[in-house]
Design a protein. Structure first.
Length: 431
């Protein structure tokens, strides 16, 4: 009995043991002792768990040929094509575009084929049953930015010199196109613009809306403010009048006037005096030609003198004509209704022409007139109920415009100061 009690007492006392004391083990582990691996996430996958192959689609390459090296047979490609038909058909895959293939095991059929049609989206094709296909739109981040400059030679060249995009130049011009003749801008003109910069994963991919723009041409100052309400949207001047006029200033962008309206011009081909009842805009062959206003095409034809040309009736009194086209735009023919800014053809040199240009002619009440000297009626003003909201937006943007400095202008002034040259600052006019 005593021996049994002794054994029970031995196990009841945790400090008693038949074995020597074990070394104390440190069970506290520092998290910093282990590397933290952040997975590479792209296309909704952790790429670290796949073997990743990237490439470019070649000319005349079929999808079955492309995927053959990734052990995807024709039967799978056929099933994939059927699954993709209503989402993003494989017939839309284009040569020159990049693709990515994800494989769990490079000795087996790949798992996913990913195609990027543009920077704004990508398409994921599952290469194994159930062959799901999904098109994903990337999230676009929008940030309000500002830009400015002083024109050196052209608006586009100045934009490039200031690390700005052609898209921004085009959209700023569109906002002001009805007020400024961009074929007569001069060195020293100034501009400021507030716009939406669009980016994906921190990389700029485009320009959203131009929110406000200012341009000083000669002694004239122009403003354009973007405003939208339930009934309308667009660009307006400081008084709330629509910037968009009934007629564009010219039928082409970024061209130069090579010959003006002149009733006594010496014809360069016929070598005799012959009235030139239009305005010639020289531009590279293939440049888009736009309808200057809404209307109906009443003629699309060819003559020995005019070459390929289109004539548009805009209302009871006004018609316009576009000569020497290389070709008409798709779907443009007699009887077709066109909208202002719609592409109707492309610059060429058909007919009697010394080089690629469009001869633009303007009829008013049956007579050909110089459109550059016409005073056309203004558009209808903004509804009175929208003016208070517009004025609030206008004042806010105008204050921001005034705070923008001219980047390349100030850099030149700094350079002059560095050369210890006496500098006379020009008197500031406008923002």
């Amino acid at each position: 009995l005593l021996s049994i009690i002794a054994i029970i007492g031995l196990f009841a006392n945790p400090q008693l043991s038949f074995f020597p004391a074990a070394a104390k083990i440190n069970t506290q582990i520092e998290l910093a002792d282990f590397p933290i691996v952040i997975p590479t996430l792209k296309y909704g996958f952790a790429l670290d768990s796949f073997q990743v192959s990237e490439g470019t689609i070649h000319n005349n390459q079929f999808l079955s040929q492309l995927l053959e090296k990734y052990h995807v047979d024709y039967a799978r490609v056929d099933q994939l094509a059927r699954a993709a038909k209503d989402i993003f058909p494989v017939t839309k895959l284009r040569a020159g575009k990049e693709f990515t293939v994800l494989s769990k095991d490079s000795s087996q059929a790949a798992d996913y084929f990913i195609y990027e049609p543009d920077v704004f989206s990508y398409v994921v094709y599952q290469l194994k049953p159930p062959f799901e296909v999904k098109k994903v739109d990337r999230k676009i981040e929008t940030e309000i930015k500002t830009a400015s400059g002083v024109v050196e030679s052209s608006l586009w060249n100045t934009m490039v010199a200031n690390d700005l995009s052609f898209e921004l130049a085009s959209k700023m011009e569109n906002a002001l196109a009805w007020s400024i003749d961009f074929y007569h801008i001069q060195k020293g003109d100034k501009f400021k613009v507030i716009y939406e910069d669009q980016s994906i994963d921190g990389k700029t991919v485009g320009v959203g809306k131009v929110l406000a723009a200012y341009y000083k041409n000669y002694d004239n100052e122009y403003y354009a403010y973007y405003f939208e309400s339930k009934k309308h949207h667009g660009y307006f001047d400081e008084e709330g009048r629509p910037m968009q006029k009934a007629f564009l200033k010219a039928p082409v962008k970024y061209a130069r006037i090579s010959s003006r309206f002149n009733r006594h011009r010496f014809h360069p081909i016929l070598k005799r005096v012959r009235a030139h009842l239009g305005t010639d805009y020289a531009a590279p062959r293939g440049t888009k030609i736009f309808a200057v206003a809404d209307g109906v095409v009443i003629k699309s034809s060819y003559t020995r003198g005019n070459g390929k040309f289109i004539k548009i009736r805009h209302d009871k009194s006004i018609q316009t004509q576009y000569l020497h086209m290389s070709r008409f735009a798709k779907g443009i023919h007699s009887g077709v209704h066109v909208k202002q800014g719609q592409v109707i053809g492309y610059v060429g040199s058909t007919g009697l022409a010394t080089g690629p240009h469009v001869c633009f002619r303007f009829w008013k009440d049956g007579r050909q007139v110089n459109h550059l000297k016409l005073n056309l009626p203004p558009p209808d003003p903004m509804p009175a109920e929208d003016l208070p909201a517009f004025y609030q937006i206008r004042d806010s943007f105008k204050l921001q415009l005034e705070g923008i400095s001219y980047k390349n202008f100030e850099e030149k002034i700094a350079a002059v100061k560095d050369d210890n040259t006496i500098l006379t600052m020009p008197q500031k006019t406008g923002p």
